[in-house]
Design a protein around this ligand. Structure first.
Ligand SMILES: Nc1ncnc2c1ncn2[C@@H]1O[C@H](COP(=O)(O)OP(=O)(O)O)[C@@H](O)[C@H]1O
Ligand SMILES: [Mg+2]
Length: 323
């Protein structure tokens, strides 16, 4: 079956005096119908820009300069702006990290969800309000009647996040792009939110591309994982295999820095930080932080290598198979 979303060799760049800087540098990924996929990496890896590029919402002067984005069999990068608007509203929904910014502070939650319903369905205002209430119930808001009439500042962070999801679901999308949706939530709310996404996947066949820097969230939620570093996918594969037997030294570093229950001693964080875009090193961008670095790593960007069932890694350690 063809994937719902298929991104190939996506490049998104910002102009700079010394030539364009590629914040997304040849990303390929796919999401199948109803699938839960995670895009993971430290802050500054290009995760958000990848999602924004898919939706063609990169703010100028940033620009998608290469690659293809196929969604439901159509090439999104060549659609007219009107058609793209329709896709954005109706087929792909997006929720962001800080729900406050996605809601209008002077309108009630109920009004905003009803507006989203009205934008996609030819129903009366009264029916739209009824649909809005149903949506609030479906996202597990315990007191939907109160929430309908509440202004965003009268709701908690978790409630606002749910209202955003309700708005996003008003159009019955096939794909939800969720960019760090749980980062602002405490652990309990985070778990509830992931349960909610699971249920929506089961009930609506909704596919979710979840962007996160939190490997706990990945383990809890994802069937497949893409690991990004400096604009490139450095490893991908089924979540269970990738999390128990990571191949790329970057993925290994990320996993080693996750606190484990009962673990003693200090966590091994990856030394150094994500380089600024203008300072991405040549060859493997992770080279300077990598415990397995050799000169060959800096010579060229490593090729994508197959490493077992549905798994790929961008690291020359695997040139001849397993190291
Ligand atoms: N408007 C912009 N101008 C220049 N660089 C940007 C802009 N937006 C993002 N970047 C850079 O692109 C890279 C990827 O950013 P982003 O996609 O937000 O990362 P992530 O979501 O993984 O934290 C970062 O190095 C960031 O500094
Ligand atoms: Mg981001």
């Amino acid at each position: 079956m063809e994937p719902l979303l298929e991104v190939r060799d996506l490049v998104t760049a910002f102009p700079a005096p010394a030539g364009p800087l590629r914040a997304v540098d040849g990303v390929s990924l796919e999401v199948r119908r109803g699938e839960a996929v995670a895009l993971v990496g430290e802050s500054g890896s290009g995760k958000s820009l990848t999602a924004l590029s898919v939706l063609r919402l990169v703010a100028p002067p940033g620009r998608v300069v290469g690659g293809t984005v196929a969604f439901e069999g159509r090439d999104l990068l060549s659609l007219g702006e009107r058609e793209m608007c329709a896709v954005r509203g109706a087929r792909i929904a997006m929720v962001f990290q800080e729900p406050m910014t996605a809601l209008n502070p002077v309108l009630t939650a109920g009004f905003q969800v009803a507006e989203a319903v009205l934008a996609h369905e030819g129903v009366s205002r009264k029916e739209a309000r009824g649909r809005a209430r149903d949506l609030l119930v479906s996202v597990n808001l315990p007191d939907p009647d109160r929430v309908l009439d509440a202004y965003p500042h009268e709701l908690s962070g978790g409630q606002r996040q749910r209202v955003c999801i309700a708005m996003a679901l008003a159009c019955r999308p096939a794909l939800l792009l969720a960019d760090e949706p749980t980062t602002a939530l405490d652990v309990t709310l985070q778990a509830q939110f992931l349960d909610l996404l699971d249920r929506l996947r089961r009930e609506m066949g909704l596919a979710v591309l979840l962007i996160t820097h939190d490997l706990g969230v990945v383990a809890r939620f994802a069937e497949r994982v893409y690991v990004m570093y400096c604009g490139r996918v450095v490893e991908q594969g089924p979540a269970a295999a990738l999390l128990t037997d990571p191949k790329h030294p970057y993925t290994r570093g990320l996993l080693a820095s996750v606190p484990r229950r009962g673990a003693k001693g200090r966590l091994q964080a990856i030394p150094g930080g994500v380089p600024r875009l203008a300072e991405v090193p040549p060859g493997c961008a992770f080279g300077p932080r990598c415990p397995r670095f050799t000169e060959a790593c800096a010579a060229a960007v490593p090729p994508v290598l197959a490493v077992g069932e549905g798994r790929e890694v961008r690291c020359i350690l695997y040139r001849g198979g397993a190291p």
